[in-house]
Design a protein. Structure first.
Length: 226
């Protein structure tokens, strides 16, 4: 089975340890830094602004995995420096310009993901499946780190995976975001998820294990052992 990827949720990273984190991620060949952009309108919270993200970009060459939890994503994506090798998810909900958003991200030579909230039916994405690289499934209500996973989302991931296989969309990757602990990553890998947003439930959790040990444990449960 294809190996899973880790995307470190930078809204959960304490600033006083940021260079340590970036060095460890580089050493471990981490796949992505997850960049949540929240506008206080699509979700009731603000996160990672343009200047912070620009500064982060100067400090690392690990690719970015943007997640735009905003209204008017087509306008707001343009405020950021999206580069080839990045991956970009924008939400399906309240978005009248899904096709334009897809085109915009493709022009930037980044991978295109559509993000859906826990309650959003994935069948609504049918018209876009030929054009996208992945689907980001929210496992908690969007907006805040540190929440508990909504149990029904686990089966939703399994159903989406089956649906994609059945319809021959074998290249579309499933990314899961929200309360991804090591244990849950294991279960979701088995359900077909391949990109795991690691935030306060794993990489940035105060635990006995060091950061590199946690990355190693997570890699093990997402197919790096085989
Ligand atoms: C929202 C974020 C959060 C968070 C993940 O899009 O990506 O879900 O940082 O970390 P947890 O849920 O483990 O705190
Ligand atoms: Zn996110």
């Amino acid at each position: 089975m294809k190996k899973g990827k880790i995307s470190a949720s930078m809204m959960c990273a304490d600033l006083d340890k940021i260079f340590y984190y970036l060095a460890e991620f580089k050493k471990a060949n981490l796949d992505f830094l997850h960049i949540d952009v929240m506008d206080g309108s699509f979700v009731p919270n603000l996160a990672l602004g343009t200047d912070y993200v620009r500064s982060l970009r100067r400090s690392t060459d690990v690719p970015f995995d943007f997640h735009f939890l905003v209204n008017e994503p087509l306008t707001k994506m343009a405020w950021f420096d999206i580069r080839p090798g990045d991956q970009v998810a924008f939400h399906f909900e309240n978005n009248q310009k899904v096709n334009d958003c897809i085109e915009y991200v493709k022009e930037k030579k980044a991978k295109v993901f559509i993000a859906i909230n826990p309650e959003t039916d994935f069948h609504l994405l049918d018209a876009y499946l030929d054009k996208i690289d992945g689907v980001l499934v929210m496992m908690v209500s969007p907006g805040f780190a540190g929440q508990k996973m909504l149990p029904f989302t686990v089966n939703k991931v399994g159903q989406l995976h089956e649906y994609l296989l059945k319809n021959k969309y074998t290249n579309i990757e499933i990314e899961v975001d929200g309360n991804i602990s090591i244990e849950k990553a294991k279960a979701l890998y088995q359900k077909g998820a391949r990109i795991f947003v690691a935030g306060s439930s794993s990489l940035f959790k105060n635990s006995e294990a060091s950061l590199s040990e946690t990355i190693e444990q997570m890699h093990k449960v997402i197919g790096w052992q085989e």
